[in-house]
Design a protein. Sequence first.
Length: 520
Amino acid sequence: MKNVCIVIVIVILFHAISCKESSLDEVEPNDSLSTATEIELNARVKGFIGTRNDRDYYRIDIIEPAVIDIVLSPVKGVNHSLKIWHRKGGRGILIKEIDDLRKSSPERMCNLYCEKGIYFISVQHGVRDIPKPNRETPYFITIQSREPSENEEREVNDRSELSNPITFHTKVYGYYSPAYNRLSEDRETPLREEDWFSLDIDLDRSNRIIIDIEVSGVPGVNAMLCLYDGERELISESDTNGINEGESLKGIGIADPGRYYIVVTSRNFNSNNDVPYELAITRREYEPTLEMEPNDASEKANVITENYIRGSIVTPDDVDYFLYRVQGDYTLHRIEVEPPPQVNIAVTVYNAHRKMLFEVDNGSSDQKEVLPDAIIGEDFYVKISTADRSFDKQNMYLLSITSQHFIEGFEREPNDSKKNATRITIPTIFGYTSRRGDVDYYALSYERRTRCTFTVTGIAGGELSVSVTDPLGYIVKTISVVGKQRKLFSEMIDEKGFIIVESVTENYDEPYQITIERQQ
């Protein structure tokens, strides 16, 4: 029994000695880079925040490139922070400051890339709480290292000058770590931690390419994805989805060679030190029948060259502009948009001077928008947007425009008021129910009081309310025409008057017809 007790005592003493030897304490004074306590990778260091102005410095000599994960344990009642320094040119350069959480909380930087050289880590009070010393409870710094991977980001890469080069058709992994960039000098996005990647595109200026960028979702993070040109001007950004979800920029058109920047960041200073994001960039050849982003303004409008083009509404605020060039005297145009499922499309048409001509929104998803008889004699813009913030990143809409010579006798939109009424010059006129609740005015004018017989032919599946007015526009007779009914009625026109056609149920594909016969 005595021998057993001796063995137990020896084991306990050996364990205590081993623990003591594996634990490293700070060596005071270590309040400057020159007096820093030397430590090694994969070490665990113990120290104290003993005064309000206490700073503890530690030195690490990196023999070969490594990625290090630094964890600072919590101390009750203390808000502490980490700073990381890199010695260059004989002096320490501050490259990272980690102060994400409040007092009694840990701090972490999970993927700092270190090249061969000398680095310093300092522990001091953070800026988010009043400094409060604690001489009784120690902090612990744990430093783990691993070999760098070729397909992961290399921190520090939080601005364009430090961007990581990437190439097409490769995947890069990175971390939302830390939550804040406390060294940021950007006034527009202060404190925002960003990961910058640079993409060099070698391109013949006579060609174009389309690029797609995707970043995967990470638990607890609301991701943002941005694309900048070589002058750091924003080309496009994606901030559509919520926490845990990824973001994408698809169909981005590139016409100029040079350097471009991709930025991955979080919307609300979220961080995740355990799960990386995956960034993928692909390229494809330009197709004239596919939308090319960015085209969110008339100055960036895609030119329609094949009489049709496909596009996507990828965010609730997405707006797509297209330019249609009118050929010769083809001035009567049918503009039609077939939407993707569950998206309520709105269509707006502008002339070459950006003046709005038509606006079509039939008020429901899955229903095409049609402007069947737009008379425009010059180039015009078509704007596609969402009427109720619905969107679909996967499915595309189809915008098609067909043009023909103007046919005398067709209504001239807009003609939804007496002021804009289409003048009747021949006996038979044609018109369309161009949108939900469409109203069409036609002006009658005779040299004397005349009795007229009106023959109205309706449209399949539609319903019309047709009225005749006196010279002042007051209605004197109204009839209802359902489907393809053909109805006749007579009315005295006191030199002037109006025909008003109101759509009750629309048919955007077929015209109604009104024939006017004057009785002698």
